[in-house]
Write a protein of this length. Structure first.
Length: 269
């Protein structure tokens, strides 16, 4: 027959074993629960990713449909405008004295006086009856004598009659040229001595000398004016200094000394 000590030890070991079993069950449950939460979170992320992809696909489709719709509207409006224009000329063809429908080309405009399509100025791509609106590639619009716009070659290029295009001047720093090798106007450069240097610009020697003399005259006039201004400033500065000295003297000694010396001089004489 077991004594009381053995029974107590048995109960104590049983309780320890039961506690360990409970802890193992709790840890297993915790791990299982954590894993389930991870799987749920993972599936949620996948679902959100799929929804995001579907959203962007739907958005892209909507944008594509919207662009297509806008293009159709623009195309429809263009066709409608063309048809309206044709209809206008059909209705008024008797007034224009022609049975043909007038459709002007890109570089033409409809002259309301002659009732005909008239070609734009040379090298003009788009124009109306008054002026050129857009030039051909390589040309730019320039206003001539504030009367009308003309398409001329850009700075640093010249008009080649053979190819009917603007070509670049071959001379370096040439602003205007008649041909690839004949420069009319160069960019002015002043050397270390303060003189204009035209050696690098291969233009006519007489034109060089005339431009050099003209520029040197302008520089001489500017230098003379600056020198005269400097002398004038020096005289003004000297006069101001004298007046300041007189003012300080009178403030320190007053007018009494000056009057006394003047009276003594008069009595002596």
């Amino acid at each position: 027959m077991a004594n009381f000590q053995e029974i107590r030890d048995f109960n104590y070991k049983y309780e320890i074993k039961q506690q360990i079993s409970n802890q193992v069950q709790f840890q297993s449950y915790f791990i299982l629960n954590t894993w389930q939460q991870y799987e749920e979170f993972k599936s949620l992320l996948q679902m959100q990713k799929k929804e995001s992809i579907l959203y962007f696909l739907e958005l892209r489709l909507l944008v594509k449909e919207e662009i297509s719709l806008q293009n159709q509207i623009i195309e429809s409006m263009s066709k409608e405008n063309i048809e309206n224009t044709k209809m206008y000329f059909k209705i008024n063809q008797k007034n224009y004295g022609s049975e043909k429908i007038c459709e002007c080309q890109e570089n033409e405009y409809f002259n309301t006086d002659s009732k005909k399509c008239v070609q734009c100025d040379k090298n003009c791509k788009l124009c109306n009856q008054q002026e050129c609106i857009e030039c051909e590639d390589g040309f730019q619009i320039k206003n001539i004598n504030q009367l009308r716009n003309m398409c001329l070659c850009k700075m640093g290029t010249y008009y080649d009659k053979i190819s009917n295009t603007c070509k670049y001047c071959q001379q370096e720093n040439c602003l205007e040229c008649e041909t690839s090798q004949k420069c009319k106007k160069c960019e002015a450069i002043v050397n270390q001595n303060g003189d204009l240097d035209w050696d690098w610009c291969n233009i006519d020697q007489n034109e060089n000398q005339q431009q050099n003399l003209k520029q040197n005259d302008q520089i001489s006039i500017l230098n003379a004016g600056q020198s005269e201004q400097n002398n004038h400033d020096k005289r003004n500065g000297l006069l101001i200094n004298i007046l300041l000295l007189l003012s300080i003297f009178f403030q320190q000694y007053g007018l009494d000394i000056l009057c006394k010396k003047f009276m003594e001089k008069q009595n002596y004489e």
